[in-house]
Design a protein around this ligand. Structure first.
Ligand code: PHE
Length: 346
């Protein structure tokens, strides 16, 4: 199964380590180094089988190649997945990240990482003890800190560009936006939207988290199982990927899908399904690039705050360009975004 998966992939390199002490499978996927070293987060999760973790890492790393190119960063795409039996903490977590750091260090900078699902700046600080190829260490640790707020700001700019395309105005006052998943990124996005005058609906499998946030920003809470069916202007998927598929797309009652989750489409055909439904879809690998832009901009490219903020706002301009192209060429927004990225990879 692993062998077949690796053979079928179009990336450059897969590094597999089985970590004996913890029973953790580590998969580092270097999808492309054409534009520079492969950059991408380290995701930690439980999976039904190691092959599922590898498949996830492969798909996510390919999306990173497109993301880096779409926002013109001099990086390629990669991703690492730590497939854990249970999420570790304390000393187990620390020693796991130190051993993982040795693995990343051994790649000599070909793969450079940052936080992702279930990993944080504190984990990046641990990796940095043994490996220089790591972004988003804590600010005390000399890094650019949690990328979440910057990802959220990029998505916010992307939502404005998307509503401008769908409704002719980027004004969010009175717009109904459903944020599905209010973790680190979704929660901060909800706050930005509320501050801009949008009517915010929030939904999360962790009900207490959704309710606490809703109280703070005066939002309404939607039960997670009903979120997809809710009438709204903008649906913002900010939890795990794969929520848009043949079953859910016909149920959507929004004009725009624009959120931070990676890998939002269940399969490639779903882009056409969204187009057929008249929905403006912000390709995930473009709209969620803010975290990588901020970290790499601040830590490696020497950008000041002003430049970085302008680049975050540029995510909206890039989406506007993608929407215009998709309309002009009669193709999906996903296809238009891929063309834009691929032109920079050629
Ligand atoms: N999780 C980030 C993303 O998907 C990965 C990342 C963060 C990569 C910071 C590089 C630097 O974009």
């Amino acid at each position: 199964m692993l062998e077949e998966l690796i053979r079928s992939w179009d990336g450059e390199e897969v590094v597999v380590r089985f970590d004996q002490p913890s029973g953790v499978w580590m998969f580092v996927c270097v999808h492309s180094t054409q534009r520079g070293p492969a950059g991408g987060g380290t995701r930690m999760k439980t999976y039904p089988a190691p092959a599922d973790a590898l498949a996830d890492a492969m798909r996510l790393s390919a999306a990173m190649t497109l993301k880096m190119a779409a926002v013109s960063l001099p990086f390629g795409g990669g991703k690492a997945v730590l497939a854990v039996p249970v999420l570790p903490d304390g000393e187990d977590r620390r020693s796991l990240f130190l051993r993982y750091a040795d693995l990343v260090a051994s790649l000599g900078g070909n793969f450079q990482t940052g936080p992702d699902v279930n990993t944080s700046s504190a984990d990046m600080d641990v990796i940095a003890e043994r490996c220089p190829y790591v972004y988003c260490r804590s600010e005390e640790g000399g890094g650019s800190g949690d990328p979440g707020p910057y990802t959220a700001r990029g998505v916010f700019h992307g939502i404005r560009a998307s509503t401008r395309h769908a409704f002719g105005s980027a004004e969010l006052e009175g717009r109904v936006v459903l944020v599905q998943g209010v973790g680190n990124v979704g929660g901060q996005l909800a706050e930005l939207l509320a501050a801009a005058g949008a009517r915010v609906l929030v939904s999360d499998v962790a009900t207490d988290r959704a309710c606490g946030l809703a109280d703070r920003i005066d939002a309404d809470v939607i039960p997670p199982e009903g979120a997809i069916d809710i009438e709204c202007d903008v649906y913002a998927p900010c939890a795990l990927g794969g929520t848009l598929n043949a079953e859910t797309i016909p149920r959507l009652r929004c004009r725009v899908v624009a959120g931070s989750a990676n890998n939002q489409l269940g399969e490639p055909d779903d882009a056409e399904r969204l187009r057929g439904a008249g929905i403006v879809y912000a390709p995930d690998f473009v709209i969620n690039a803010g975290g990588a832009l901020n970290a790499i901009g601040i830590e490696t490219l020497g950008w000041d705050r002003k430049t970085t903020d302008a680049r975050l706002a540029g995510i909206g301009d890039t989406l506007a360009e993608i929407y215009a192209r998709a309309d002009a060429e009669g193709i999906t927004t996903e296809a238009a975004a891929k063309r834009l990225a691929q032109a920079r990879l050629a």
